[in-house]
Design a protein around this ligand. Structure first.
Ligand code: SAH
Ligand code: SF4
Ligand code: F3S
Length: 459
């Protein structure tokens, strides 16, 4: 049974309410690493903690309960999460009443859990990626037990993973929201840890997704991102194209986006839906990973260079104003100069608005980690720098085409340098001259452009 039964959700809520005496005046902090899925999970964890009576704070130094929601996608992410956990050693020695928990994709992995048990004895509890609905029970255990507690599902991929509806969400933003439409992944790209960390692919019911989006729109949300590792395999009662079209039918001005579509099944139906619906944002994140068909095969991506180029062209020809962004892995095992040249030429041919480039990081348990021909870091670094330079030029020239045009921008308030800023439908960063409250739409006449920013005046 993938769905958590209603009585179990009710039981968790009762546990949460029963903790309120004990948690009175106490604060909890959730620290998040990783992708949007993880950010949304943290919002759900915070919602459950709030229901347990905690006040949620961003300040870990004053928190009585700290939960670190980890990511395992690359070694760098894991090291950051572990060093975050390490910071609490001293505090815990001074004050035994503080509780520290680790959850998320790293906690789900047996070898990392073993390391946490061994080297981080002050971590009080650990829970996996399919345990969010059980946070009240986990907190109850952690508060009453002197021993470390652990809530982990250890089942094979095809049996691991649940869907829970009806627990509260404490959203970080009042105008931008994440809405998961599916969880897990069945694709097993040979470099990737996600299927192991998140379990099998499962879709939320169409009615549940639509009800969540409707209530967000009604409460003033303006930018809603539908989340899934591969939204095109959505199977909650309709196709993904139908789902996003329905999500874009409520009254009022708002945008719906999605993350992520797999090139192997980025359908014409979805492209047509984006093209014909004003409320669907003109942004298509289509991770290519490599421009070499030989490497794509080794990655088990199930498309080749030609198929990707064909999809990218179909998108651009049907939606001329679209922004296409992508992910690229540099230094996958056996990647030659020729393979890398194929990636460079694909990047030039498509003309991406933005590339997220990652240096390949071997992940325990994946097929690629065992492959011969692992690439030297110095070689990967060189390729990484070269690709960045090339992309900067492409992004600059794409952005310059906006000079003199008026774009609709959803204000984010201010950027780090206290300059008014927001996002266009393509998700481009736009700065402007006068402050506008976050969550308001404005029209901006673009006067200058950088590679990753447009600047203009409100009209
Ligand atoms: N489901 C999405 C990707 C999610 S992970 C998709 O299939 O497109 C986000 C990105 O991290 C991937 O697109 C890939 O570029 C990168 N990535 C995943 N595993 C990696 C690894 N082992 N080393 C380096 N980058 C990795
Ligand atoms: Fe990882 Fe591939 Fe699944 Fe994306 S589709 S999450 S890269 S296994
Ligand atoms: Fe990281 Fe897990 Fe997301 S590994 S990228 S937090 S699905």
């Amino acid at each position: 049974m993938v769905y958590i039964e209603e009585f179990e959700i009710e039981r968790q809520k009762e546990i949460a309410f029963s903790l309120r005496e004990q948690t009175k005046g106490k604060k909890a902090c959730v620290i998040t690493f990783g992708c949007q899925q993880n950010e949304n999970d943290s919002e759900r964890i915070a919602g459950a903690l709030e229901m347990c009576g905690y006040e949620i704070t961003d300040d870990e130094k004053t928190a009585d309960l700290i939960i670190i929601n980890t990511c395992a996608i690359r070694e760098h992410a894991e090291i950051r999460a572990l060093s975050e956990a390490g910071q609490f050693k001293g505090r815990k020695e001074k004050d035994r009443s503080i509780k520290i928990g680790v959850c998320g994709c790293m906690a789900q992995q047996a070898h990392r859990r073993a390391q946490i048990y061994k080297s981080y004895p002050y971590v009080d509890f650990v829970f996996g990626t399919d345990m969010h609905h059980r946070v009240p029970e986990i907190i109850k255990e952690a508060l009453s037990s002197k021993k470390r507690t652990s809530f982990i599902t250890e089942k094979p991929h095809n049996e691991f993973g649940v869907i829970s509806e009806g627990m509260p969400v404490r959203r970080e933003s009042g105008y931008k929201a994440w809405v998961p439409v599916m969880y897990g992944c069945n694709n097993f790209c040979t470099y990737c840890v996600v299927p192991y960390a998140r379990g099998h692919e499962r879709s939320r019911r169409k009615e549940d997704v639509l009800a969540e989006v409707r209530s967000l729109v009604e409460s003033g949300y303006k930018d809603i991102t539908l989340l899934g590792q591969n939204v095109n395999s959505y199977a909650g009662g309709c196709t993904f194209a139908e789902l996003i079209t329905e999500c874009a039918k409520f009254d009022g001005e708002y945008r719906v986006r999605f993350m992520t579509s797999h090139p192997k099944d980025a359908s014409d139906e979805l492209i047509d839906a984006i093209a014909s619906n004003e409320k669907i944002a003109k942004q298509f994140h289509l991770p290519v990973q490599s421009g070499s068909s030989r490497i794509l095969k080794l990655m088990n991506r199930k498309y080749d260079r030609e198929k990707y180029l064909e999809r990218a062209k179909a998108i651009k020809s049907k939606i001329p104003e679209i922004s296409i962004t992508t992910d690229i892995i540099i230094g996958f095992p056996t990647e030659t100069e020729e393979d890398f040249a194929d990636t460079v030429s694909l990047v030039k041919e498509v003309g991406f608005d933005m590339i997220y480039t990652f240096i390949y990081s071997p992940r325990v348990g994946t097929v690629a980690a065992e492959m011969e021909g692992q690439i030297e870091k110095s070689v990967s670094n060189k390729r990484f720098a070269l690709l960045s330079d090339i992309e900067n030029e492409i992004a600059q020239s794409l952005n310059e085409q906006f000079i003199g045009k008026t774009v609709r921008v959803l204000s984010d308030g201010f950027n780090k340098n206290r300059i008014p800023c927001g996002r266009s439908t393509q998700n481009r960063i736009v700065t402007f001259d006068k402050p506008v409250p976050a969550g308001t739409f404005v029209d901006v006449l673009i006067e200058s452009a950088g590679a990753y920013m447009l600047c203009g005046k409100i009209v």
